[in-house]
Design a protein around this ligand. Structure first.
Ligand code: GLN
Length: 198
């Protein structure tokens, strides 16, 4: 069987860092900028960056609909920080900023105060087991409301910062900026299962 290919949406943001993290985790990552590239990948990471910019670029590159369709059809998809905002159903206080609307959460952008605005914080993520995960936060969103089908995997200061809804994972923080590959490997595990079920 061919190796699972994890795409990284490469419109803007920390694309290279995710590709490098995938490599460190022993996985194959490829850039996704076009509809054809999107069709070829088994899974997708939407990186950190600036969500208002990416909202516009998704339309300019004609990727909004094909992407929402693939996620809804079960493609394993992980949004880090800006990526989670793009996947969400609602942005608190910003009803005009378009999103893909596939992850049933309301997020608040730039939500943390100065303490956590740009910081590395040890996070307790029971689903990963082992040592605390180094959570790198950069003007991060939190999940303010989550639908019934959404599992909260980690909280910081009482706020949800890692969530899963079926094939969709969202993290407020940036595992790609650390040497800890546990979340990349964990995500790849579901990608492999999704492939063998297809
Ligand atoms: N503050 C950015 C936004 O709202 C997200 C920051 C990030 O991805 N590090 O789009």
């Amino acid at each position: 069987m061919e190796k699972t290919e994890v795409g990284v949406l490469a419109l803007q943001g920390d694309v290279i860092e995710h590709l490098q993290a995938l490599r460190r985790a022993g996985l194959t990552g490829v850039e996704v900028k076009t509809r054809e590239q999107l069709e070829r990948v088994d899974a997708l990471i939407i990186p950190g960056g600036e969500s208002t910019t990416v909202a516009k670029l998704l339309d300019r590159f004609a990727l909004r609909e094909p992407l929402a369709e693939r996620v809804a059809a079960g493609m394993p998809t992980w949004g880090t920080c800006m990526g989670m905002i793009v996947l969400s159903k609602e942005i608190v206080g910003m009803p005009d900023q378009p999103t893909l609307g596939v992850l049933d959460v309301a997020v608040r952008r730039n939500a943390f105060g100065r303490q956590v605005e740009s910081a590395e914080v040890p996070l307790d993520v029971p689903a990963l087991g082992g040592a605390p995960f180094p959570g790198v936060f950069i003007r991060a969103p939190w999940v303010e409301r989550a639908g019934a089908g959404v599992e909260v995997l980690c909280r910081l200061e009482g706020q949800a910062v890692m969530v899963r809804q079926g094939n969709i994972l969202g993290t407020s923080f940036h595992p790609e900026l650390t040497r800890d590959t546990r979340i990349h490997r964990w995500f790849a595990g579901w990608c492999a299962r999704a492939r063998s079920a297809a």
